[in-house]
Design a binder for this molecule. Structure first.
Ligand code: ZN
Length: 1016
């Protein structure tokens, strides 16, 4: 049998796989209510499904599929029957390992959340939160919401009723699909999207509350845990169905032996971006790429029901995928099959580049996801990374298409006309817009252009990749050793039910040297050899009591948390490669660190994406400047006479009152839609009637004149009449790029910095915000703008090396540690002040998040700890003057494309703090300077003098030259700007370190800002 029929076989079980996935989403639904938050030990929530009438009566069709499954597995006896099965899945997912289908949900659940819960209950009780302070925290330790004092909707009584009725509706639709034996994958896909898609009720409700109430595990939401557990459950079950009778039911412990693979699909998005001649080419390609990815998702998540999406950015998607437990899954054939399916879809969208497809090695974590993503990006950076037949190449006539450069456009007379597929992409995006699919935002750069006809492309990223692979989590503690020691003065045989029989001994960890003492005690136990009854190890880790020997315990606590089966794992810790001391150090590290569990990894990327989405929504408000009511409006202009050369849905441009006007002709409506910043045409207090009777000369896209537009009437459009002047080009966990009016850019950057300071203050040193602003005149070729953006991002990325910053001072008060730091790599840099919250909302000390990587080997304070490889980490409150910390600095870089050559000439990025200083300085300058003329004059004089005094060859000052220039500057500020006292000192000092240049260049040259007195 040569034919690969596994996909076909799997599709037969689609209803069962999706029903099981749904049970996975819901298996902890009982936690989405107040009783769970009031008392996490209260088990009444587990029977939540009894509140839904008839739930157990659903899915009669499932019995038939279960029978079939048992048949393919050659499992003797009858399957448990759906009612018992569902009940067991909902109630016993965390209990003892099952040898039937329930084992798969246990495996998924254990992987998604079990990693966190290996703290023995008794020893970690002190980490509980109480009813007055039941916080959900962000993935980066920022307290987000007190769930009981300020309950999200789902936690209220009516919220729970609403949730139950939503769940009922999801299950009823599923029941209908199953009963009708719906064959069309689209029906299943629609059902799934409606149930848990981005805007779904269930996703929002579960995202608002937590799956675990103990600190610091209140960072992962119920959604993260449930969704990831369901994804792993689904893939594990699909794997068993593919393995059929080879599935080794008898020989495995499903809960601990199940592994997963990752399926990665990619497309060379950057290629399409770099080929775009106009923004329409890019947004058109992007739309096609988005559709391609949606179809991929439908194939994997619903059609085959083999996995679920775990990560997505603009060019890569990663899904959970089964891993064989025996030899029943032919991974090579599956890879070929998936590749072929992706190829077919890429062909459908006429992509000029082949898609990427890969299936990873098996693993019991998601930390290797980052490497899979990197591998995909690296491959995709070569557009034609493998043989690829481009579709629609039949036309041999005409010019080479200016966009794809691969097909002919079929028209010898028109050089600028793209080929058919490229043209279709442009048109598709226009149709999409006209159908109201992107109403909130604009798609026209012409609409964004500000009063000075300028636009900004703002690009941002958070350095999230090292979080997704777990390396930056080394900083974060699940418990502090000293607190654990304090709350557990005695080690107790807590699993002995009869309290009078419990053995106990004094905790041997020395309170005055907790870290070293812990390592030493563990090392002693390794030297003595495995002892199942050891109280120290079993009080540190729940699983120790069930361990068989130390190497296997080490494997589950240390090795399994790394990329244990990958090809390049030589650096990962292995029991056999280490001496006893190193083994002890690894145990000590893993017992107390916060782990990169799959739910948490999923939350990290969700949270960064969410951060950018919230920024975007803030930018919408900022750019929709309320001062100018016409800024956000579109008009329909009815012409007196129609020119037959005006073409349907073609843009035309003209001029009115010295302002550019861009219009889109609509033949059906016989008129023009404005795609221009109307605030430049109509004054604040005027109505649209101001345009009536006016004439606008018009040119087409090829700059040829057509008949002018004589406006008969103007009215606000019914659909598309209002927009926000922003065009998001890309929004993913790794990158946010948005176009907006240049005059709004500074305020948008301020907002981003403020939000970052607010939400990431505990991790500012290892989750830097990087901001690039490309300012450009509206008519700058889109290619040049994108190239400048890439160069800017490249500069920002390159500056991302670790810097050594020296602590000058540390003030600990009111729950914060305020550090004065001097970036020691850069002598010109001023010292920077950083305030780090070190107290939790309930008044407890935050011993989990605010740690810094410090220079030196000494473990000095009780909260200090040392990574097995040697790096020492220190709590913010324990930093002393003279300590040197590692910092990944947040930076900002700007470039103004007054000339397209400027895209290669980019100033070194500045610290984020310099941006904020520059903004303050500008406010000060505005206050001091008597007039625009005086300011420009003063700056002109100083610039000229500087040129004169500097060496023209290398641009350096001669000895003492800078001091002399600064003296001169001081005099100029005093004479021309009447500056005195502190103002004079600030200006002089800003002139000395380049801040004044940055400030005046940005505000006067780029933004064309004016000082008020001079406006007339
Ligand atoms: Zn083309």
């Amino acid at each position: 049998m040569n034919e690969f029929d596994a996909p076909k076989e799997l599709r037969k079980f689609r209803p069962m796989l999706l029903a099981c996935e749904a049970i996975g989403w819901l298996h902890m639904a009982g936690k989405a209510r107040k009783v769970f938050l009031d008392d996490p030990e209260n088990n009444s929530g587990k029977n939540w499904y009894q509140e839904i009438n008839d739930f157990m009566g659903y899915f009669a069709w499932l019995d038939r599929l279960l029978d079939q499954a048992y048949d393919t597995w050659k499992l003797p006896g009858k399957p448990p029957g759906r009612e018992k099965l569902i009940k067991t899945m909902l109630e016993e997912f965390s209990k003892k390992p099952a040898k039937n289908i329930v084992g798969f949900i246990q495996a998924g659940h254990a992987m998604a959340s079990g990693i966190e819960k290996n703290l023995p209950k008794n020893t970690s009780a002190y980490l509980g939160q109480d009813a007055t302070h039941m916080w959900r925290s962000s993935a980066f330790g920022n307290p987000e919401r007190n769930l009981l004092a300020d309950p999200p909707r789902v936690i209220t009584n009516t919220g729970w009723t609403d949730l139950l009725s939503e769940i009922t509706s999801i299950l009823e639709s599923l029941e209908q699909l199953g009963k009708n034996e719906a064959k069309d994958a689209c029906c299943w896909w629609d059902w799934r999207e409606k149930a848990i898609g981005a805007e779904s009720f269930l996703r929002k409700a579960f995202t608002s509350t937590i799956a675990e109430t103990r600190l610091p595990n209140n960072d992962v939401t119920l959604w993260d845990q449930s969704y990831v557990a369901a994804a792993l459950f689904k893939s594990a079950l699909a794997g068993a169905l593919i393995e059929k009778k080879k599935f080794p039911w008898k020989n495995v412990n499903l809960k601990t032996d199940t592994h997963w693979r990752l399926l990665t699909i990619g497309i060379g998005t950057d290629h399409y971006e770099s080929r775009a001649v106009k923004i329409g080419d890019w947004s058109g390609s992007k739309l096609a790429i988005d559709n391609f990815f949606e179809e991929i998702r439908c194939l994997i998540e619903a059609d085959l029901s083999i996995g679920s999406l775990l990560y997505a950015d603009s060019s890569v998607q990663v899904f959970s995928f089964p891993c064989e437990l025996n030899t029943g899954i032919d991974i090579d054939k599956w890879l070929k099959y998936m590749q072929n399916e992706a190829d077919k879809l890429a062909d459908k969208y006429k992509f000029e580049t082949p898609p990427y497809c890969n299936i990873s090695e098996p693993s019991r974590s998601l930390v290797h996801m980052t490497k899979e993503i990197e591998k995909a990006r690296e491959t995709l950076s070569v557009s034609l990374h493998r043989n690829w037949n481009i579709s629609d190449t039949a036309t041999f006539k005409g010019h080479v298409c200016p966009v794809c450069l691969m097909r002919k456009n079929g028209d010898k007379t028109k050089k600028k006309t793209p080929c058919k597929p490229c043209k279709e992409r442009r048109e598709h995006r226009l149709a999409h817009w006209l159908n109201g699919k992107t109403t909130e935002n604009s798609i026209w750069i012409t609409e964004l252009a500000d009063t000075n006809d300028r636009v900004a492309l703002v690009t941002m990223s958070l350095d999230i990749e090292p979080w997704l692979d777990g390396t930056r989590l080394d900083f974060i503690r699940a418990q502090a050793i000293s607190e654990w020691r304090l709350h557990n003065p005695d080690l107790i045989e807590f699993w002995e039910r009869d309290e009078t029989k419990r053995k106990f001994e004094t905790n041997p960890i020395l309170q005055n040297d907790v870290f070293n003492s812990l390592v030493k005690e563990i090392e002693n136990r390794i030297i003595i050899g495995f002892n199942k009854d050891d109280l120290l190890l079993s009080n540190l880790q729940e699983g120790y009591r069930y361990a068989e020997d130390l190497p296997s315990f080490f494997k589950s606590i240390v090795e399994d948390r790394f990329e244990s089966i990958s090809e390049d794992s030589s650096d990962d810790p292995k029991w056999d490669d280490l001496d006893d001391e190193k083994r002890a150090r690894w145990f000590a590290h893993q017992f107390f660190r916060k782990l990169p569990s799959p739910g948490r990894i999923y939350r990290f990327q969700r949270q960064t994406q969410d951060f950018f989405e919230r920024l975007l929504s803030g930018f919408r408000k900022t750019t929709a400047n309320i001062e100018a009511p016409w800024r956000t409006k579109r008009l329909f202009l009815k012409p007196k006479n129609i020119d037959n050369r005006w073409q349907h849905h073609q843009p035309y441009n003209g001029n009115y009152n010295d302002s550019p006007v861009d219009l889109l002709f609509d033949k059906k409506a016989d008129g023009f839609i404005t795609i221009t910043n109307l605030a430049r045409l109509i004054k604040k207090d005027e109505s649209q009637n101001a345009l009536e009777g006016k004439t606008i000369p018009l040119k087409n896209d090829d700059n040829q004149a057509v008949d002018p537009l004589e406006i008969e009437s103007a009215e606000v459009l019914k659909n598309l009449g209002v927009y926000h002047p922003v065009i998001p080009l890309e929004l993913s966990p790794v990158r946010f790029r948005v176009l907006l009016p240049l005059e709004a850019a500074s305020e948008c950057v301020d907002q981003a910095i403020e939000a970052w300071n607010e939400e990431f203050s505990r991790v500012w040193d290892r989750l830097p915000l990087r901001i690039g602003v490309v300012a450009f005149p509206r008519k700058t070729p889109f290619q040049a703008v994108l190239e400048a953006t890439r160069n800017l991002e490249d500069r920002l990325g390159k500056s991302e090396k670790v810097e050594k910053w020296k602590v000058e001072d540390n003030t600990v008060q009111n729950g914060d540690a305020t550090l004065r730091l001097s970036p020691s790599d850069d002598e010109r840099a001023r010292s920077e002040t950083k305030t780090i919250p070190i107290t939790l909302p309930d008044g407890r000390e935050d011993v989990f998040y605010p740690y810094f990587a410090v220079q030196g080997d000494d473990v000095r304070s009780s909260l200090d700890f040392k990574h097995p490889e040697g790096q020492v980490y220190r709590h913010a409150k324990d930093l002393k003057p003279g300590d040197v910390i590692n910092v990944h600095p947040a930076r900002v870089a700007t470039v103004y494309l007054d000339d397209t050559a400027a895209r290669f000439d980019i100033d070194p990025p500045k610290y984020l703090a310099d941006w904020s200083r520059m903004r303050e300085l500008w406010e000060q300058v505005k206050r001091i300077a008597p007039s625009q003329t005086a300011l420009k004059g003063a700056w002109g004089e100083l610039t000229a003098k500087r040129e004169e005094w500097k060496d023209p060859e290398d641009g350096d000052w001669a000895d003492g030259g800078k001091d002399a220039w600064l003296e001169y500057a001081k005099a100029v500020f005093a004479n021309r700007l009447d500056a005195e006292g502190a103002d004079l000192d600030t200006l002089t000092s800003a002139a000395g370190d380049g801040l004044l240049k940055f400030c005046l260049d940005w505000n006067l040259r780029v933004l064309k800002q004016k000082i008020s007195e001079d406006e007339s």
